[in-house]
Design a protein around this ligand. Structure first.
Ligand SMILES: *Cc1c(COP(=O)(O)O)cnc(C)c1O
Length: 403
């Protein structure tokens, strides 16, 4: 039985903590991590949760308690990981476009680092030489992912060192005796096709002879999860099997062992999250009514920013007659959550439940329109815990200096 929260429990959380509210389900996170572990039991694979998806400290602590590692995109995320109790060897800082000072800070904390530019690689070599093991983030020129905004491996992408500059990389490695322990490629998000990961593995395969101290091949994150009911995600068991084969082939070819690393964000936390809003107003608009909820892209930006689809249900009137609605927010900006979709009859005051709200939901939220960021609740072992307070008016002025 997959881990899901009951509608009754979600309604009672909305009643207790108010709306809009994000609700996360700890056991669903556990289930997702166990899926990865069992799919990859053929290889010595390590998973680093890409925490930019959701950084609430209680979520990080729960993920740590599972034995999962953590991938960070900023030095502050590294510090949050340390705060959550992750050991330095289980923290990875995959940088992109950052100042060298952040890399120095990461080194002083003793965490794993992937470097993504020739200039930082050169500075790293000049300062640390062979003394600190490091990974290199490459850009493979592979187009993959849900849409252009979340594709990071193509030839116009800013991410990683273009693979055609391998000669420059190798001459820096030689000049500074860099201690290269890993190669990293993250091609994007929502990659359903296992063969994309296998293309990355092929690229790594040919590069191994250039890096005699190599220990891990980091294939990034980006596993697709189902957002629509009938949709399929990445075939994780198949990916696990293929990665096992590649690692074995590497072992046979080069007579030594390698680890595969992955950095899943969405896969671990997307489905654990629910977002509950309440309908403020209904407007009759010909055949399709508009249901305006007490939220907007200030709380969930994915539909407007990525054209993302979120499944939404009217949990207050599940057996009402089906009708078409467009669901919009309440900010002064076009903020459509769903267009011309069928819902059971929506009345003012009804609760609309958004699915897949764990990843890049609250985390990408803002106070735009001077609205409060929502409360966050974690359900663990059947108990609901408040893990993030809704803003109050003082929060809007907190960092402002009134002259
Ligand atoms: C964002 C990101 C991830 C996670 O992507 P998901 O689609 O959430 O799995 C992994 N690695 C890197 C380097 C990233 O930037």
């Amino acid at each position: 039985m997959p881990e899901i929260l009951s509608k009754d429990q979600l309604i009672s959380i909305a009643n207790e903590y108010g709306t809009p509210v994000y609700v996360y389900h700890a056991e669903k996170i556990t289930e997702q991590y166990h899926k990865l572990q069992s799919a990859f039991n053929q290889s010595n694979t390590r998973f680093f949760y890409a925490c930019k998806a959701l950084t609430n400290i209680n979520i990080l602590k729960h993920i740590r308690s599972l034995g999962c590692n953590i991938d960070c995109s900023s030095i502050n995320e590294v510090k949050l990981a340390v705060h959550a109790g992750f050991e330095k060897e289980n923290i990875l800082y995959t940088s992109n476009g950052i100042a060298f000072s952040e890399i120095e800070e990461a080194v002083s904390l003793g965490v794993n680092v992937n470097i993504d530019s020739l200039s930082n690689l050169e500075k790293f070599g000049a300062k640390y030489g062979h003394s600190y093991p490091v990974g290199i983030r490459l850009r493979p020129n592979i187009m993959a992912g849900g849409n252009l905004k979340i594709s990071t491996g193509h030839e116009k992408s800013k991410f990683g060192i273009p693979i055609e500059q391998m000669d420059r990389i190798l001459s820096l490695v030689e000049q500074y005796q860099l201690h290269i322990v890993g190669l990293h490629i993250h091609t994007g998000s929502e990659i359903k096709d296992v063969s994309v990961f296998m293309k990355v593995a092929d690229i790594f395969f040919d590069l191994v002879p250039h890096f005699p101290e190599l220990q891990f091949l980091d294939l990034g994150g980006g596993f697709k999860v189902p957002y629509k009911e009938e949709e399929a995600g990445t075939d994780v068991p198949l990916l696990g099997q293929k990665v096992g084969e590649v690692i074995q082939k590497l072992k046979d070819t080069y007579q030594r062992d390698f680890q595969a690393w992955f950095e899943p964000g969405k896969f671990i936390v997307s489905e654990c999250g629910y977002f509950i809003t309440q309908v403020n107003v209904l407007k009759q608009n010909g055949q399709i009514s508009i249901a305006g909820v007490n939220s907007g892209f200030n709380h969930l930006i994915r539909p407007m920013f990525y054209d993302a689809y979120h499944r939404i249900e009217n949990i207050s009137n599940p057996s009402g007659t089906k009708q078409l609605y467009t669901v919009t927010g309440n900010i002064c900006e076009t903020d459509t959550f769903a267009s011309d979709r069928e819902f059971s009859e929506i009345r003012e005051g009804d609760l609309l439940l958004f699915y897949n709200a764990g990843a890049y939901g609250f985390e990408m939220g803002s106070n735009y329109n001077s609205r409060f960021k929502p409360a966050q609740v974690l359900v663990s072992k059947g108990q609901a815990h408040l893990i993030g307070k809704r803003d109050v008016f003082e929060d809007l002025l907190r960092n402002q200096i009134e002259l």
